[in-house]
Structures are given as C-alpha cells and as structure tokens.
Design a protein around this ligand. Structure first.
Ligand code: PMP
Length: 405
C-alpha cells in the first residue's frame, strides 16, 4: 500500500537555501547554491539576455507551438559548434548528433538512460570523488553500477592526479568515465592540459568511454574556447564520447532549463549511419520522457549564439561574471593572509569557476552557520559568487575565528 513509501531525505542544497531564506540576520551570507550574484548579492540578468528577450517578445511571429522532439535546430546546431568548434572535423563529417534537453541535468539523464540501454555489457560509471551530488542519483536511477576515482587531495587542496590515473588504469576495460569539462564542481580543481593528455592516453589504452559534463563553459575563465579545450582534445584524439551541456550558468538562464546532449562517434566509414541510428534511439527516449523540450530559453540562447554582435556581447558579459568571481578569490585569499589565518590559502586563487573547496571541516561549516549566519555546504564548498565587496571581509573574519577555535 501507499503507506509503505519511506520518507526520503530533503535535498541538502535546496534545504540549505530554505534555511538561508528563513534567517533574518542582516549579515547573513549565502554561499550555497551555484548561481551567479552581482556585487549587491542579487541575481543578474545578463544584458545580452535582456536584449534577446526583448527581440523575441516583440516578434509578432512568436507562438507557443511545440518544438520538434530533438529541440530547436538553430539552438542545437549552435550549441554543438560552441562545444566542438565551428571548424570541427566531427561536425564536417556529420558524425555528431545533438538533442535539446532540460538543462544540464536533463542532458546527463538522457545520456545516462541511453548508455544504460545501449552500452554493451553492464558498464560501471566512474565519477570523481567528490562530484556534483546529482550524478550519483541520476546514474543510480537508470541502474548503472557506479564507482568513484580519487580526485581531490586534502593535503594540497589540488588534484590527486596519481590516484585518479591509478583508478582509471584499474577500471575494467570499456568503463564509462565521467569528466567535468571545466570548473569542476564542487572542488574548482581542473587537470592541466598536459594532465588531460595523460588521462586521454590512459583512457584510450583501456577503451574507456568519456562522458563529459559541461556546465561552466565560458564561466570559468571568461573564454569560451579555453574552457572547452579538454573536450575538443578528446574529440581530436578520435574518441567516441558524449557531452552534457548546460546553459544555466553561462547565460544565467537557470530556470529556463536550456541544455543540450551531444553524441560524437569516431571517424569510421560507417560513422554517419551509426550516428543516425543513435539519434533515432535518443529521439525515442526523449519522446517517452519529455516529448519535446521547453522553447523559450533555447530561443534566447539560440538567438544570441547565431548573431555575431550578440555573441560578442555575450562574451563581454561572461568576462564580467568570471572577472568578478576571480577578483573575489583574490580578495578572500588576501584577507585571510592579512589576518594570518592558520593554514595556507593559495588554493582559493588556484581553484577556478563557481566554487571553491575551502578545506573547512563540517564542524567548522556548522559553526559558521550558527555563529556568523554564513550558509555553505557541509563539505566546505563555497559558491564564490556569493561573495562581494560588502561581505568578503566579514566572511574572512568569521573563517579566521572558527579556524582558530
Ligand atoms: N553538472 C554539473 C557539474 C553542475 O554543477 C550542474 C549545475 N549545478 C549541472 C550539471 C546541471 O545544472 P542544470 O540542470 O541547472 O543545467
């Protein structure tokens, strides 16, 4: 009977957001959710998105008809170019397919579902430890066995590269390896280009399948091309792979759920026929799950990506966001160093993207919440975008206090 349904735990991140909202203290600081905030701690609608929104709203031809199953074609093709490069041989050889999804989460899910149905054997999917918490439940829900590879070194607060390589080498052949394309969530730690090359070599040797999760392109460094280097490198090396792409952060389109799933096959003689079959199966899965994706966010992102002037303005907006975050990293590190806070703080500026893995313990995190009204996840992750010139010193002093206790 229905009474047998057990209580599920509250989502930790959304629970944290609710606790923040309920706190009436004037000094409260929200470093939980990974959403960009401006220097006044407010959500920021990108000026270029506002512009595109106005163009769309004033278009008398705009209607609310269904999109095709695979989504808005002008959006998905621009999204593929953004990931692979306009001059990508994979695109020229027509060995890619792209479906619009419910943001990045939907793209990860569609990929997971597809692999669970069509990947030969029952492959294990390996995540970094730690990873975005949702990976675990998305892949578990489609009954793929899951495992982890070491990623974060507590000692250096950087990459545990040896541990990562060992686990990839030890994984059974043809495992699926989930990789964060850039700005790793939650650690902010990415492999260097030469480390990516070694990872690719190892994965080739073991015939592993790369599953890239790309939620922060352009958001990390402010440069769309630089941030996607690893994916393009793997494609160049001839891997068959897939990419889950989110436009939540880089367009600030969080609630509009604009995303895309891409599959790339290797360059063989029958690669076009192969990708055609893959696309046909993805379309069936998409139809059964969401029928067709939501239109508005894709229209906004598509309009911007297909217009040279709007695209340039978008790049400018990306530099504004990433620039502010980088300046907060510098500010936080220098405040902690000025205060002489015990420990080293170079990792704050070494890490990149939305998040920093501070190294604070769960106990310290809870103390910060109780005493200073600072909200961050228990693993010590902070969303850098929650810091601004008005609260960075307050936060640094609070950290200094709990670290000394
Ligand atoms: N993957 C990673 C690593 C993420 O950090 C996020 C956003 N938190 C996503 C995927 C997907 O987010 P969304 O569904 O909002 O696009």
């Amino acid at each position: 009977s229905a009474e047998a349904v057990p209580q599920a735990p509250e989502d930790p991140l959304f629970g944290l957001m609710a606790a923040y909202r309920a706190d009436s203290d004037d000094n409260k600081v929200d470093l939980g959710i990974g959403a960009y905030r401006d220097n006044n701690a407010q959500p920021w609608v990108l000026p270029v998105v506002k512009k595109a929104d106005e163009i769309l709203r004033n278009d008398p031809a705009l209607n609310h008809e269904y999109l095709p199953i695979a989504g808005l074609a002008t959006f998905t093709s621009a999204a593929a170019k953004l990931i692979l490069g306009a001059d990508s041989p994979a695109l020229a050889e027509k060995r890619t397919c792209s479906l619009q999804t419910i943001s990045g989460t939907g793209a990860v899910h569609l990929g997971a579902l597809f692999l669970s149905k069509f990947y030969p054997g029952k492959p294990t999917i390996y995540f970094s430890n730690p990873t975005w918490a949702n990976h675990n439940q998305i892949f578990s829900n489609v009954h793929l066995p899951i495992a982890t590879y070491p990623y974060f070194s507590k000692e250096t607060k950087g990459l545990d590269f040896e541990g990562m390589k060992q686990a990839i080498a030890d994984a059974p052949e043809q495992s699926i390896i989930l990789l964060h394309a850039c700005a790793h969530n939650p650690t902010g730690v990415d492999p260097t280009q030469s480390q990516w090359k070694e990872i690719a070599t190892l994965m080739k040797q073991k015939s592993h399948f790369p599953f890239f999760d790309c939620a922060y392109q352009g958001f990390a460094s402010g440069d769309l091309v630089k941030d996607i280097w690893a994916v393009r490198y793997f494609v160049e090396q001839g891997f068959e792979l897939c990419v889950a792409q989110s436009f939540a952060k880089n367009f600030g389109l969080y609630g509009e759920r604009a995303g895309c799933f891409h599959f790339v096959t290797g360059s063989g003689t029958d690669s076009q026929a192969t990708i055609g079959r893959i696309a046909s199966q993805l379309a069936i899965l998409q139809r059964s799950e969401i029928s067709n994706p939501p239109a508005y966010g894709a229209r906004i992102a598509g309009l911007i990506m297909n217009d040279e002037a709007l695209f340039a303005e978008w790049e400018e907006n990306l530099r504004t966001m990433s620039g502010r975050i980088i300046s907060m990293r510098t500010a936080l590190r220098s405040k902690l160093e000025e205060l002489g806070t015990p420990g080293t703080w170079n990792h704050i500026t070494d890490q990149i993207g939305m998040f920093s893995f501070t190294g604070l313990s769960e106990k310290q995190v809870l103390k910060l919440r109780g005493v200073a009204h600072v909200y961050m996840t228990k693993n010590g992750r902070i969303s850098m975008a929650g810091l601004n010139t008005g609260n960075v010193e307050y936060f640094a002093k609070a950290v200094d206090k709990v670290v000394r206790e």
